[in-house]
Design a protein around this ligand. Structure first.
Ligand code: PRP
Ligand code: URA
Ligand code: MG
Length: 212
């Protein structure tokens, strides 16, 4: 498993405003959208391409197109949905599949409550979107789901990751799949409620409001 921490002053600036508890939902959504586009630039470095022959107004030349089949982008509901527009802007021809997952706040296990993805992901590159990698249980469940359907490589784009969660994902997935995690920062630790410290709180609530 590879972990890439995107180290860029614009990412650090936007992330700091995102973390601030006084930042309200409209600004929070805008910043998530901007951050995912910056992270996606890094995360798609190894997207599969093919060469094509085209003619410019001046001369024939060889260029690059995304290879078929196109990658699949998988936002994990609810909070990952806030990252979809920013990702789609960069990869407008990618297919989109959905995984609805919620962390049980007593056991910290991931519960899958919805899925809408092609059954056969053989040979497909998958980009999972979820802003928070805390215990790692949600991401493990998502990666296992995609690998079981034949995905060849999975790149997860997270805004924040906890060191404990990264270790847990590494232990669970190991060499079973080609997995990359791209994140804007690896924070200090998890607290007793398994929230990322310093983190940004509950990403879903900050994007969309508190639900019971
Ligand atoms: O690494 P983990 O410990 O599994 O936690 C991370 C998960 O928790 C949050 O989702 P949440 O369960 O709050 O659902 P929501 O997006 O609907 O708010 C977050 O968006 C991740 O999916
Ligand atoms: O810090 C955390 C941990 C899990 N889910 C969140 O939204 N935030
Ligand atoms: Mg939540």
């Amino acid at each position: 498993m590879r972990v890439h921490v995107a180290d860029h002053p614009l990412i650090a600036h936007k992330l700091t405003i995102l973390r601030d508890e006084t930042t309200r939902s409209p600004t929070f959504r805008l910043l998530v959208d901007e951050l995912v586009t910056l992270l996606a630039y890094e995360a798609t470095r190894e997207v599969r391409t093919t060469t094509v022959e085209i003619t410019t107004p001046v001369a024939p030349t060889t260029g690059t197109h995304l290879a078929s089949p196109q990658p699949i982008v998988v936002p994990i509901l609810r909070a990952g949905l806030g990252m979809l527009d920013g990702m789609s802007r960069l990869l407008p021809t990618a297919e989109v599949g959905f995984l609805g997952m919620q962390r049980d706040e007593q056991t910290f296990e991931a519960i899958t409550y919805a899925e809408r993805l092609p059954d056969d992901l053989s040979g497909r590159q998958c980009y999972v979107l979820d802003p928070m990698l805390a215990t790692g249980h949600t991401l493990i469940a998502a990666i296992e789901y995609l690998l079981a359907r034949g995905a060849v490589d999975v790149t997860a784009i997270c805004l924040l990751a906890a060191p404990e969660g990264l270790r847990t994902v590494e232990e669970a997935i190991g060499a079973r799949g080609d997995v990359t995690i791209v994140t804007a920062a690896v924070d200090e630790r998890l607290n007793e409620q398994k929230y990322i410290v310093p983190g940004l709180g509950d990403a879903g609530d900050r994007l969309y409001g508190v639900v019971d």
